[in-house]
Design a protein around this ligand. Sequence first.
Ligand SMILES: [Zn+2]
Length: 152
Amino acid sequence: MALVIKKEHLGKASLNKINESNYLRQVGLKATSARIRILQLLEQSSTLHFTAEGVYKALLDAGEEIGLGTVYRVLAQFESVGLVIRHNFEEGRSVFERSNGHHHDHMVDIDTGDVIEFVSDKIEKLQQEIAKKHGYEIVSHNMVLFVKSKKK
Ligand SMILES: [Zn+2]
């Protein structure tokens, strides 16, 4: 699949490419153009949670044509080396996010698919207490609230 970079982006893209390439090599992936661009997108976008389709569309908007199949493959590769975390909030729909090591929980808007992050010390503590009460310690947890907007 051809990678088209708009002329005005060329300077910036080639500068960043060095870092992204090194980064990819560090995690054991060959630095292909598609991987570099998708990684850049995940790093630069203000959106924290992406679907493969969302990544595909954002690349198209930036004037770059990377096939949806390639996007899926690259995201799966990123997942396998721990660059991204895959959430399956809904059956058959994967949402990806950069793994930054900060724990948080999620809410999913059932109408729009929007993903909202939140952290609650109360909930974290309560979960510890519940596990302890049953004679366990928490190894990890995954909490998702499915919500809909109260605004009419
Ligand atoms: Zn998140």
